[in-house]
Write a protein that binds this ligand. Sequence first.
Ligand code: ATP
Ligand code: MG
Length: 236
Amino acid sequence: QIIPFQNEIKISDLSFAYDNKKPVLQHINLSIPIGASIGIIGRSGSGKSTLINILLGFLYPKEGYISVDDTVVTPDNLQSFRKLIGYVQQDVYVLDATIAENVAFGIPASEIDLSKVEHALKSASMLTFASQLPNGIHTRIGDRGSLLSGGQKQRIGIARAIYSGAKILVFDEATSALDTQTEIEITESIKALSEENITMLIIAHRYTTLKYCNAIIELENGLVKQVHSYDSLSEK
Ligand code: ATP
Ligand code: MG
């Protein structure tokens, strides 16, 4: 089962260190309302991926906690918490299979809920494209998704997370350059997802991706240095 999520996800006085070394995150406090998109920036080593890995349930905080509405995440409910969260990687792994099979990743073809696939594609702003293909969502996307652009592959990743029930999406953007079209497509998806009440955390290296973020958190040496708005950042 999935932890109910109707109001906010909260990070309370969270600190973390790897193997008794110096603290990598110190006293992080963050309240993220449902449907908000939060950008996370900071130089290399500032703790961005560590924070995300705690949110993904891969690392467990040494101090402080995460809570969803009024439920504190503990080792006992970590599995249900994980179901709330979808990780959208830069390089989405795609199968040489149909769009529907790629969205309902790992589910046998006969058990795929097609209306759910369509809903997930719609949320990911991919349904119009998919519907125009010769066999619609049953079109095969080719070896390593050769039929799809970079942005479309990432949208398959978003649709996959939504199909699996995720309400919170985490993007860990690679430092490598994206082509402009992909960047625009992802930025537009983020806007559309926000309108669907999907909550997003985005580690971004390019400011364009942060355009629709409600707040941008700047980490420095494991501390929240400053909270920015997109406008205040883009003026710099
Ligand atoms: P980047 O922009 O390079 O991805 P980041 O902001 O994601 O950096 P983190 O990967 O969270 O930074 O690293 C924060 C600190 O924790 C760094 O000092 C790093 O060396 C250290 N660190 C990261 N992963 C580990 C690990 N598995 N074991 C020990 N120390 C680690
Ligand atoms: Mg990182």
